[in-house]
Design a protein around this ligand. Sequence first.
Ligand SMILES: O=P(O)(O)OC[C@H]1O[C@](O)(COP(=O)(O)O)[C@@H](O)[C@@H]1O
Ligand SMILES: [Mg+2]
Ligand SMILES: [Mg+2]
Length: 334
Amino acid sequence: MRIGTTLTHYIIRNQREIAGASGTFTGLLNDVSVACKKIAALVDKGALVNVLGSAESENVQGEQQKKLDVISNEIMIEALEHNGHIAALASEEMEGIHPMTAERRGRYLLLCDPLDGSSNIDVNVSVGTIFSILRAPDDATEPTEADFLRPGTEQVAAGYCLYGPSAMMVLTTGEGVSMFTLDRDIGEFLLTRENVTIEADTKEFAINASYQRHWDDPVRRYIDECLAGEDGPRGKNFNMRWVASMVAEVHRILTRGGIFMYPCDRRIRAQGKAGKLRLMYEANPMAMIVEQAGGAATTGTQRILEIEPEELHQRVPVILGSRNEVERVTSYHG
Ligand SMILES: O=P(O)(O)OC[C@H]1O[C@](O)(COP(=O)(O)O)[C@@H](O)[C@@H]1O
Ligand SMILES: [Mg+2]
Ligand SMILES: [Mg+2]
């Protein structure tokens, strides 16, 4: 499609090709983009408005919430609640699902991490919103949590909005990945890149190396080999990055390749968890985007998109990005 096309027009054009499309999906993506524009405006204003700092509360996962975590969650609910596009919403910041009333019940389910990378809010470093869209069950009965527990292969669409120097919406509906940049003067996301692909090889990895002493052998081996550079078995030097906002890491990988790892380790296992990142709000949508761009995403032992979810707030190890590197780390787990 023509570079500069608005996100709304882009979605309408896509949907026109689908027989029987009712406009609900177009409306839903429009709701999400409105919410993201509102969050982008707040992130942009930062210390000028009262959105920085702690909210003095914890979310269901026992994590300290930031004011902007709570506000972003409210913005998502408000944008989606009245339009009849979704049957229910699930969010990292809410313990249970948020069902719509019967008269407002739509055909889709939306899952989101309203604000990803919250530790970066107060230091003015990139954060983002991640979302995943599933189809609601046909029978139009009251949606339940069980309706959300579907493998990532069933996602109808996934995307994120990066609040960086520019705000960017990155979207897949299962036919490749497109990027839109927010033109703040006209308040629209405009298409700036289509058919995004991730190089199969890379010389850049991202991992929080402060947990090195807790790592399992396969992860330790992979990183040791990268660090050994030209003199080691890989025969090339690697660069390292860690933003601590998954959205920013994935965006870098979509732009110039790389591998991102948040593995399970002894520290995480000792807390009774299987990983740090959330399957439904982080791993699944990002895995769909990365695969749609020709990359790969595994837990080390399994393709992320094929995991059968057991609970809404389930956590998983994540290894994603340039295909050959992800396959290498995964083979070390074999
Ligand atoms: O602080 P750590 O352990 O490096 O973790 C950073 C990771 O945590 C996350 O921030 C989790 O997201 P939230 O901010 O939504 O909780 C990821 O985006 C990021 O990759
Ligand atoms: Mg997150
Ligand atoms: Mg979050």
